[in-house]
Design a protein around this ligand. Sequence first.
Ligand code: 8YV
Length: 315
Amino acid sequence: VQDAGLGLLPGRVEFEVWEKTVPVDREVLLEKASQVQGLLCTLSDRIDEELLARCPGLKVVSNYAVGYDNIDVEAATRRGVLVTNTPDVLTNATADIAFTLILASARRVVEANEFLRSGDWVTWHPDLLLGQDVSEAVLGIVGMGKIGRAVAKRAAGFSMKILFFNRSPRPDMEKELGARQVPLDELLRESDFVSLHCPLSAETKGLIGERELRMMKKSAILINTSRGPVVDQKALYRACSEQWIWGAGLDVFEKEPVPLDEPLLSLKNVTTIPHLGSATIRAREGMARKAAENLLAALEGRKPADLVNPEAWKE
Ligand code: 8YV
């Protein structure tokens, strides 16, 4: 899928692909970045003050992701470096994976698969692997951006009642989907599913900790497809192992890849996948194309379509 983006570069810029595997080794990144005008990078590459200070010629950092918490945008803006991301093309894929985790967690799909294959299925029983209903349940969406809205649209098809928490008022969501904007505490208390769709920032780091998990219903399920550090992972382990909540579905973690001794991985009521939100061929090709187009625009003196820091743009 990278070719959808890399294929646009020949003849327009001189470029080098540093490593076929990500993340690029930090020392290699520091050394090579110091010599270029544009960087196309992924979430695994930390673009911080130390790196930016070594790159006097750098004009643009094009992130191959919609989130950009790997980049110190404030430091880039101060230095006049443009930062771009890849919105829209991954909205549906990410909303789909959030819904996959809602259904898989509620209906214990992974546990059931293991149960069957390990030979434990010896008879039908009325209590066998009972789950939670998704249809007509209350879904709480934290962060009503594009992905949050796409999840809400899917939820409407399941006749779910939608609550959401968002920094700024979104009366349009009330009109479009009958979704009700509420304070976070109310959302946590009333939701059967809490799905996180906010970016990672100083404000959202640790947003869901012990206090918040204890507010949730015992039957509730937490879904995280945003960023791991939005949730206090130690508190989540206690919440799921001591049944303060019913379970969790996680695509993202505090540390990625997740170390295999992470306690959450030992719990049957926690469904885990390795950061696959945008992992469809169409979404990744779209992201690759956007990342390349944003990079080219900046290097050719045009305003990139997906500029994260417009204040750094000078005509
Ligand atoms: C990417 C993501 O897979 O876009 C994002 O913010 O988290 C995912 O879509 C990942 O960031 C690749 O860099």
